[in-house]
Write a protein that binds this ligand. Structure first.
Ligand code: SAM
Length: 199
């Protein structure tokens, strides 16, 4: 057995939950690695909605998908991930079978543009509100860059504040590593109720 790194573990979780024909969200498409993985998983009859605020990322993802003949399974949205509920139809939103976030900056580009605590937590919460019980919201947390620690604190704060009767949270983390490696937080709504935060 080889314990997988964070991204490989996130992909394993996707593979357990996503089937051909499903609708899924890539909340941070970047260079398209997760988008391509999701597109393979839902093809030939499903669809990926992929988000990024950087035009450069949207173009890089499109080029990758085109090269791998996966572009017809993906809609690219050049906007922030918390807008998913307004750009997807109600039927698409409620039918989503998984969402994945890969936090931090676009590899190989301007490290000033990173995911932020406020939009990440707002998006995770809105996905939990909209999705059906049992749909994983998978967040790969990078915390080694400037701003990464405050984003990690915010997402962990959200995880701690959600009521355990309404949302389960899994942490997958390789421990005792020299550098701070990314880790995974997966949120899963477990009842029909809209998740609440504790007082
Ligand atoms: N999943 C990507 C891949 O496989 O290549 C890597 C994603 S990269 C670590 C993080 C991405 O999040 C960057 O491309 C960045 O532009 C994007 N991003 C930052 N804030 C965002 C937001 N509010 N909504 C959507 N994307 C955002």
């Amino acid at each position: 057995m080889t314990l997988p790194k964070a991204v490989a573990f996130a992909h394993w979780m996707i593979a357990q939950n996503v089937r051909p024909g499903d609708t899924v969200i890539d909340a941070t498409c970047g260079n398209g690695g997760d988008t391509a993985f999701l597109a393979e998983a839902v093809s030939p009859s499903g669809h990926v909605h992929a988000f990024d605020i950087q035009g450069e990322a949207i173009q890089a993802t499109y080029a990758r998908l085109k090269k791998e003949s996966l572009d017809s399974y993906v809609t690219l949205h050049h906007c922030s991930h918390e807008r998913a509920a307004s750009v997807l139809t109600k039927m698409e939103s409620t039918g989503v079978r998984a969402a994945v976030f890969n936090l931090g900056y676009l590899p190989g580009s301007d490290k000033q543009i990173v995911t932020s605590a406020s939009s990440t937590t707002a998006a995770v919460l809105s996905y939990l509100h909209t999705f059906s019980p049992g749909v994983p919201v998978i967040v790969v947390v990078y915390h080694g860059h400037p701003g990464g620690k405050s984003e990690r604190t915010a997402i962990e704060h959200l995880a701690a504040e959600l009521l355990e009767q309404e949302v389960r949270v899994l942490r997958y983390s390789l421990e005792f590593q020299e550098k701070a490696p990314p880790y995974v937080l997966t949120f899963e709504k477990i009842g029909e109720d809209t998740p609440h935060l504790s007082e």
